[in-house]
Design a protein around this ligand. Structure first.
Ligand code: IMP
Length: 422
C-alpha cells in the first residue's frame, strides 16, 4: 500500500513526525515538491532533528529516500543537511537519490527572492527567502538549470550558456554586475562532484520498486492552503503540495497513490502573510504559540495561531481526496475551559460553507464557531484513545465530523511514542 502524507492546513502541521512514525511500514519515502523552505522537525528519544530537503524517512536505516523532479534543490543546503546528519551518526550512503530533472536553486535565486519581497512592500508574501519562487519561475520560463545539466561542464556546452544568460538577467534586474557567471560555473563544478553519486532517474527507480512490491510513502511539504493552485493565492508557495503534485513531481501514474492522509493540527497556524480566518490576536493566540512552541523550524519566525478551521480542512479533504487525518498537538489544548471550531465563514450577509477562491473575500470573512468544552486532565504522551478524557474524545469527534474525514492518528506529544494509532 502506497500512502501520500501531506499538510491539510497552512503548513507546519507536524508532517515530519507522522512520516517518521509511519516509515517502518515503507521501503521508500519520496518528496515531490518544495525545497528547503520546509522544516520538518522530528524527535527521536528526546533528540531533535530538523530536516529541510531530505525526506523525514531518512532516520530509519534501510529506508531509501527520494527527492523528485518536482523539488527545487539548493545544493549547498542539501550538503549542509547531509553533513549534519553525518554528525548525528546517520549515514545516507546509497539511501538517498535525487532526480536528474530536479531544478537547482542558485545564489541569485535567493537574492531575487529578497528583492521581490522588498519590492512588494505592504503586499509581501512573507517568503522564507530561500529562493524558492525565483527557482520555480526559471523552471516554468524554461531557463532553469536541472541537476542533470551539471554532467556537461564543457565551456561551449548548454550549462555554461544557461548560467551566463541567467546571471546576465540577474545583473540587469538587480542593476549591478557583481556576480560573475564564471564564479557560478566554477561553484557548480564542485557541486557536481559531490552530487553525482546521488543522481538518478527517480521515476524509473520508483516504477521498478513498485513493480517489485516495495511500499512507498509520498511526503508533501508545506500545506494545502499554501499550494500554488489551490492555496490562498498569491500568499502561497510556488509548488503543488496537494496530491496532484505527487504525479508530476515524481513521474508516477495516478494509481501509484493508494491512500492519502492529511496532517492537521488540533488548532491552526500560519507563518508568513495572507488571510487566516481563525487567527487569534490576543492572549489566547499567545497561549497557543507558547504552549505549542509555534516558531518556524526553518526561519524561527513566530507562527500566527488560531482555532481549528474545519472549512479549510474540509477543503483539503476535497482537493486531495483525503482518506484519513492525523491530528497533531492535541496536548497543546490541555487545560483550556472552552474550545472553538470554525465550521463556516460569514462574509457580509452571506454564510460560506466552502473555501472561497478569492483571497480578498477570504480576508473579509469572519469565522462562524461552534463551541465545545475543553478538558483539564493532561493528554500529553497518551498512547490510547480510551485513555483520553471524555471531552478530548468529544473534541476529536467534532473535528472528524466537521472536517468530514476520520482521524486515524492522534499525536499527543513531540516524541514518536507520544501517539495514538486507531
Ligand atoms: P516560499 O515558499 O519561501 O516562497 O514562501 C511562500 C509562503 O509559504 C510563505 O508564507 C512562507 O512562510 C510559506 N512557507 C513556505 N514553506 C513553508 C513551510 O514549510 N511551512 C510553513 N510555511 C511555509
Amino acid at each position: 500500500m502506497n500512502l501520500c502524507v501531506l499538510g491539510a492546513q497552512w503548513g507546519d502541521e507536524g508532517k515530519g513526525k507522522i512520516v517518521d512514525l509511519l516509515t517502518p511500514r515503507f521501503s521508500i519515502v519520496a518528496r515531490y515538491q518544495g525545497g528547503h523552505n520546509a522544516g520538518h522537525t522530528v524527535y527521536v528519544r528526546g533528540q531533535k532533528f530538523v530536516l529541510h530537503l531530505v525526506p523525514s524517512g531518512i532516520l530509519h536505516p534501510g529506508v531509501t529516500c527520494l527527492i523528485g523532479n518536482g523539488v527545487v534543490v539548493d545544493p549547498h543546503a542539501l550538503f549542509a543537511e547531509l553533513d549534519e546528519l553525518a554528525r548525528l551518526g546517520i549515514g545516507v550512503d546509497g539511501r538517498l537519490l535525487v532526480s536528474d530533472k530536479a531544478h537547482l536553486i542558485l545564489s541569485y535565486h535567493r537574492e531575487l527572492d529578497l528583492l521581490a519581497e522588498a519590492r512588494r512592500g505592504e503586499r509581501r508574501i512573507g517568503t522564507t527567502s530561500r529562493g524558492i519562487g525565483p527557482a520555480y519561475e526559471d523552471k516554468i520560463a524554461r531557463r532553469g538549470i536541472r541537476i542533470g545539466d551539471l554532467a556537461d561542464q564543457s565551456a561551449d556546452g548548454p550549462l555554461v550558456g544557461a548560467v551566463r544568460d541567467n546571471v546576465e538577467g540577474r545583473n540587469r534586474l538587480i542593476g549591478n554586475a557583481d556576480l560573475k557567471w564564471e564564479d557560478v560555473v566554477s561553484d557548480l563544478r564542485g557541486v557536481w562532484t559531490r552530487l553525482k553519486p546521488l543522481v538518478a532517474d527517480v521515476s524509473l527507480y520508483l516504477h521498478q520498486a513498485m513493480a517489485e512490491g516495495r511500499a512507498v510513502m509520498f511526503e508533501g511539504a508545506q500545506g494545502t492552503l499554501l499550494d500554488i493552485d489551490h492555496g490562498t493565492y498569491p500568499y502561497v508557495t510556488s509548488s503543488n503540495g496537494t496530491t496532484g503534485g505527487v504525479l508530476t513531481g515524481l513521474g508516477v501514474g495516478p494509481r501509484a497513490v493508494d491512500q492519502v492522509m492529511g496532517v492537521a493540527k488540533a488548532y491552526t497556524t500560519r507563518v508568513g502573510e495572507g488571510p487566516l480566518p481563525t487567527e487569534l490576536h490576543g492572549a489566547m493566540g499567545e497561549r497557543l504559540r507558547e504552549t505549542g512552541q509555534e516558531y518556524g523550524a526553518s526561519t524561527g519566525r513566530p507562527r500566527r495561531c488560531g482555532w481549528y478551521d474545519a472549512v479549510a480542512v474540509r477543503y483539503a479533504a476535497r482537493v486531495n481526496g483525503l482518506d484519513s487525518l492525523a491530528i497533531t498537538k492535541l496536548d497543546v489544548l490541555d487545560g483550556l475551559d472552552e474550545l472553538h471550531v470554525c465550521t463556516a465563514y460569514r462574509c457580509g450577509d452571506t454564510v460560506l460553507r466552502e473555501m472561497p477562491g478569492d483571497v480578498a473575500q477570504l480576508a473579509a470573512c469572519e469565522p462562524v464557531y461552534e463551541s465545545i468544552a475543553g478538558w483539564q486532565e493532561p493528554t500529553k504522551g497518551l498512547t490510547s484513545y480510551d485513555a483520553l478524557p471524555a471531552a478530548a474524545q468529544r473534541y476529536i469527534r467534532k473535528l472528524e465530523e466537521t472536517s468530514g474525514v476520520p482521524a486515524s492518528i492522534i499525536s499527543t506529544g513531540s516524541d514518536r511514542e507520544h501517539t495514538i494509532i486507531r
